[in-house]
Ligand binder design. Structure first.
Ligand SMILES: C[S@@+](CC[C@H](N)C(=O)[O-])C[C@H]1O[C@@H](n2cnc3c(N)ncnc32)[C@H](O)[C@@H]1O
Ligand SMILES: Nc1c(NC[C@H](O)[C@H](O)[C@H](O)CO)[nH]c(=O)[nH]c1=O
Ligand SMILES: N[C@@H](Cc1ccc(O)cc1)C(=O)O
Ligand code: SF4
Length: 455
């Protein structure tokens, strides 16, 4: 178990008929693992209490070797920014401190909530500045603002309900201080100057189809037409119902999350997949989650990377209410990454998220099965608001220094990993070259100073 402070009476507990040795032998031989195999590896054996240090090293070693066989020694990263549109959200997930209750954003509220809503024009300016600096991708994940709709047709459908606020979580933009407009308008604004827009989690897609009978495929097709290029597989958390009931009872269920991802892939989009672990779940839940992802990838093949997101606990309701005492330990983070690499034999890339782990651990995880070191992001709100303290930006020179320090080759990648550019450590200073306006100038080097720019 992790920092869980209670016995939640879960059905899924880490007990198996498999042995650690058998599971390790299968992992080393590259055989497909069962859930029981995964549980043995991630617990370093259910025959012993706690983590066994020697066995852990064997699991990490097997994962590191598998990583080298599958994708080689390069470490990739992307020149990106985060541009989240709004923090207004009534879903109430207990692990999240990104959101603010939506009524605080209403025009007649004078509450000081510290959150934000951006208009499409503001989003466009933020992304345009970053593209001008050489950024390739914008990652955008947002709260489920009641005024946000897919497009004009969606707004008409929602407005035709007798009581849209109660029936379909819709309130008109006039009710709010700032109008977020529609997803289509936001995506179109963010695709400015050829930026790759990575946005619309299955939870957001669900919000973008509420009150209609549209399929996820149809929704993602409309979003793609508006400028969406790929979708983040967050909102996954732990894809096991008994855990979702505790940490995010207001969120879509496991089957709906899978349906959302399928719809995105049917619409021709690449997606990522994530796990948010280290709270109330057991090791068995983590492996069951990996099984859902592997099965989805077997059927559709569009998952470009898997991102283990270690729970940041400090400012969250789960911690405040005493449901957890902390997040995952270092051992648990290492084993999560390693078992993800070994279990997901059909997903090429495992991301080590420096914003969740910090530099030292993020680098260590590149020797435990991970091969990607996220992106430059420029700003960050989810982890920061939850109490994480690892900063909001890494420059290309930071990346080159860190990756060469562990004896690996730094490679700038596109979001889909299909385009890559190795960086020569001896030929600095380094900057992005893949973005539509990138020419190798270091990021934030003042090619265009956002503070003084007037257009
Ligand atoms: C904040 S939501 C925004 C997008 C959208 N509202 C949704 O839920 O899909 C994006 C993801 O951030 C992650 N997240 C939120 N709070 C976190 C925390 N305290 N620690 C780690 N990850 C967190 C969760 O995995 C969540 O699905
Ligand atoms: N933006 C954050 C990421 N991932 C960033 C990448 O943009 C993305 O995964 C990729 O480019 C798609 O292939 N990961 C985090 O943990 N936190 C972020 O804020
Ligand atoms: N922004 C998310 C993480 C994320 C976004 C996009 C991805 O494809 C993967 C992960 C967070 O910080 O929690
Ligand atoms: S995780 Fe997403 S849906 Fe849940 S409260 Fe936070 S912003 Fe809202």
């Amino acid at each position: 178990m992790t920092g869980a402070a209670h016995d939640f009476g879960f059905d899924h507990v880490p007990e198996t008929d498999q042995s650690f040795e058998n599971a390790l032998a299968k992992a080393r031989a590259g055989e497909r693992l069962t859930v029981d195999d995964g549980v043995e590896l991630i617990t370093t054996g259910t025959d012993r209490e706690g983590i066994d240090a020697e066995r852990k090293e064997l699991v990490l070693e097997a994962a590191d070797r598998r990583r080298a066989e599958m994708v080689g020694d390069d470490v990739t990263f992307v020149a990106n920014l985060n541009n989240n549109v709004t923090t207004a959200c009534n879903t109430g997930c207990l692990f999240c401190n990104f959101k603010n209750t939506a009524h605080l954003f209403e025009a007649d509220s004078d509450a000081d909530h510290g959150g934000f809503t951006k208009t499409p024009a503001e989003s466009r300016d933020i992304v345009a500045d970053a593209v001008e600096m050489g950024v390739y991708e914008v990652t955008s994940v947002s709260g489920l603002h009641p005024a946000l709709v897919l497009d004009g047709e969606h707004r008409e459908i929602l407005e035709a309900y007798d009581n849209p606020a109660a029936e379909v979580n819709y309130k008109p933009p006039e009710a709010y201080d700032t109008d977020p407009a529609s997803y289509a308008e936001q995506l179109s604004a963010m695709s400015v100057d050829g930026a790759h827009v990575h946005s619309m989690t299955p939870e957001e897609a669900h919000h973008a189809k509420r009150g209609t009978d549209w399929s996820y495929e149809e929704v993602y097709r409309r979003l793609a037409d508006a400028g969406l290029a790929s979708a983040p597989g967050t909102a996954a958390e732990i894809l096991v119902p008994e855990v979702r009931e505790v940490i995010c009872p207001g969120k879509i269920g496991t089957d709906e999350w899978v349906a959302g991802m399928e719809g995105a892939m049917q619409a021709g989009l690449d997606v990522t997949a994530t796990i948010m672990y280290g709270h109330v779940e057991t090791e068995k839940h983590r492996v069951l989650h990996l099984d859902v992802i592997r099965d989805l990838q077997d059927r559709y093949g569009g998952i470009t990377e898997f991102v283990p997101l270690s729970f940041i606990h400090q400012n969250t309701p789960l911690y405040d209410r005493g449901l957890v005492t902390g997040g995952a330990s270092d051992d648990e983070d290492e084993l999560m990454v390693a078992v993800a690499r070994l279990y997901l034999d059909n997903v090429d890339h495992i991301q080590s998220s420096w914003v969740k782990f910090g530099n030292a651990k993020a680098l260590k995880l590149l020797n435990c099965g991970a091969d990607d070191l996220m992106g430059t992001i420029l700003s960050e709100e989810i982890t920061k608001r939850a109490g994480g303290g690892f900063g909001e930006f890494r420059s290309f020179d930071d990346y080159v220094d860190m990756i060469t320090a562990i004896g690996r080759r730094p490679v700038e990648r596109s979001t889909d990993y299909r385009t890559r550019r190795p960086l020569d450590p001896d030929d600095g200073p380094h900057g992005p070259t893949l973005g539509p306006r990138a020419d190798g100038t270091p990021l934030l080097d003042g090619r265009r100073d956002p503070a003084t720019a007037d257009d």
